[in-house]
Design a protein around this ligand. Structure first.
Ligand SMILES: *[C@@H]1O[C@H](CO)[C@@H](O)[C@H](O)[C@H]1NC(C)=O
Ligand SMILES: *[C@@H]1O[C@H](CO)[C@@H](O)[C@H](O)[C@H]1NC(C)=O
Ligand SMILES: *[C@@H]1O[C@H](CO)[C@@H](O)[C@H](O)[C@H]1NC(C)=O
Ligand SMILES: *[C@@H]1O[C@H](CO)[C@@H](O)[C@H](O)[C@H]1NC(C)=O
Ligand SMILES: *[C@@H]1O[C@H](CO)[C@@H](O)[C@H](O)[C@H]1NC(C)=O
Ligand SMILES: *[C@@H]1O[C@H](CO)[C@@H](O)[C@H](O)[C@H]1NC(C)=O
Ligand SMILES: *[C@@H]1O[C@H](CO)[C@@H](O)[C@H](O)[C@H]1NC(C)=O
Ligand SMILES: *[C@@H]1O[C@H](CO)[C@@H](O)[C@H](O)[C@H]1NC(C)=O
Length: 395
């Protein structure tokens, strides 16, 4: 089973990557799971309700026929439905899902903190993940055409459908948007190619934005861990049928960290990884190779047919006028720190860019200190743009 395979690689890699956490303890925790003592299905509704939060689910159809599941936590604990809450849309990363923002529970998870803060919280699920594996005509199990998408299509089709649904349900036109990893990539695709969305998004927070990912700059980090290098070489080789595992490996192990709370892992593996298309990985690998943020490269002839030019077009980041705050991790091997200033330079309206030393790629979702080091700042910035005023949350 995919999840169990994932767990085994998780064990091997946590041993290989993280010298500074207690591998013995992790292996004990995980072997229990691999042996099947835990139900690997994650029921988001039960989970959220179980902590005393309301939960709603919507199905949204995109322009190209994909059916997406959108989750909503309309208000917080000890609260009630009232009009006029600002909307926060949270978008997950590669091979991930809405559950990413929930895994670590009350007082720690960004979605629940925002609900308690006074937001109407919406959590999208991109096409192809566990919650959004549906289409009006194509069958994801049998149709290759279903999987013919990258994050480009997620940016230009999934996001508009989700934002339109939010508007239809709440009447709210202007929202705040928090992305993690690919959740940021799709924001930049949307707002650079469809300028009208710059007026619909009040404020954007990029957590570990995966855009211009020069992995080569990070080989250094990987070289210190021979086992991981071997694994990555086997799984990540171009053309390897094992590439989906590579994707999981690199996204699960976005770098060394001491931020893991081992007791979180049993929850996390219930819904992570949540799947995505191979084309997404290929598109990311292309940007690693060229160090550019471009549309999918179909080769010279393919590009000529599709784009009327030999090289696929760059996304015009200069056209993203939404105010943006960027947080990146000093230990992130997927989004290398030297790439952040390049992104900041191209964006016209960056209000803050902060590097969190010691954070890897996933720590922005599950790190022990994410609430105090990141969410606290994120929430006060969001409040100032959404008109909520002084924040209640103190980590
Ligand atoms: C690591 O965890 C194991 C099992 O919980 C424990 O027996 C061991 O003492 C721990 N080692 C360190 C160095 O903390
Ligand atoms: C909701 O009420 C419970 C019980 O009084 C309390 O423990 C919890 O902290 C409250 N939650 C919030 C977000 O205020
Ligand atoms: C969250 O924090 C509040 C106040 O500090 C506390 O009352 C509550 O029990 C905590 N909830 C959980 C699930 O830890
Ligand atoms: C995949 O989509 C692209 C454009 O989005 C199209 O040019 C191509 O023919 C499609 N390939 C398949 C196999 O459906
Ligand atoms: C929202 O409502 C408009 C107008 O009725 C409709 O065209 C649109 O498809 C709806 N959006 C979604 C995501 O259902
Ligand atoms: C958001 O849009 C509403 C109308 O839907 C408007 O009343 C409000 O002033 C806008 N808020 C901001 C901060 O622009
Ligand atoms: C970006 O903005 C410039 C200036 O408004 C405009 O000329 C250009 O067409 C835009 N690019 C795209 C791809 O929309
Ligand atoms: C950005 O946020 C950090 C963390 O809160 C803060 O220390 C820094 O002063 C802010 N920078 C700017 C330019 O606002």
């Amino acid at each position: 089973m995919y999840n169990q395979l994932f767990l085994l690689t998780l064990v091997i890699c946590s041993t290989a990557v993280t010298g500074d956490i207690n591998s013995t303890a992790i292996i004990e925790d995980l072997s229990e799971l691999v042996l099947g003592t835990t139900d690997l299905d994650f029921d988001v509704e039960d989970y959220v309700n179980g902590y005393g939060y309301p939960f709603e689910e919507y199905e949204v159809e995109t322009e190209d026929g994909y059916l997406l599941t959108v989750h909503r936590i309309p208000y917080g604990q000890n609260s009630s439905a009232e009009e006029g809450r600002p909307v926060a849309l949270l978008m997950h990363g590669l091979v991930a899902s809405s559950a990413d923002f929930l895994f670590v529970g009350p007082n720690r998870s960004l979605a629940l903190l925002l609900a308690d803060e006074g937001y109407d919280v919406w959590l999208g699920n991109c096409r192809g993940n566990t919650f959004s594996r549906k289409h009006v005509t194509l069958d994801p199990d049998t149709s290759e055409a279903y999987w013919n998408f990258s994050f480009h299509e997620i940016g230009i089709y999934d996001l508009p459908a989700i934002i339109s649904e939010i508007e239809n349900v709440t009447g709210v036109l202007n929202i705040s948007y928090v992305g993690h990893s690919q959740g940021c990539t799709i924001f930049y695709i949307l707002t650079s190619l469809k300028p009208e969305y710059n007026d619909r998004i009040l404020f954007h927070v990029s957590l570990a934005p995966a855009l211009v990912t020069s992995l080569l700059g990070n080989i250094e980090v990987l070289r210190h861990t021979p086992l991981l290098t071997i694994l990555l070489t086997i799984f990540c080789r171009d053309g390897s049928i094992l590439q989906p595992i590579c994707l999981v490996l690199i996204s699960a192990f976005g770098g060394p960290t001491d931020q893991i709370v081992t007791s979180d892992l049993s929850t996390i593996v219930k819904a992570y990884p949540a799947g995505s298309s191979l084309k997404q990985l290929k598109h990311f690998l292309q940007s690693m190779e060229t160090d550019d943020f471009r549309q999918y490269d179909y080769g010279l002839i393919g590009n000529l047919l599709k784009y009327k030019q030999l090289i696929s077009p760059e996304y015009p980041l200069e056209n993203v006028t939404v105010p943006v705050a960027i947080f990146n991790g000093g230990n992130d091997v997927l989004v290398s720190p030297p790439d952040i200033p390049l992104l900041v330079q191209r964006l016209p309206n960056v209000v803050n860019s902060t590097q969190i030393d010691g954070f890897n790629h996933l720590d922005f979702m599950i790190g022990r200190d994410a609430p105090s080091l990141v969410y606290s700042v994120v929430i006060s910035l969001m409040n100032s743009y959404s008109g909520l005023g002084t924040k209640h949350f103190h980590a």
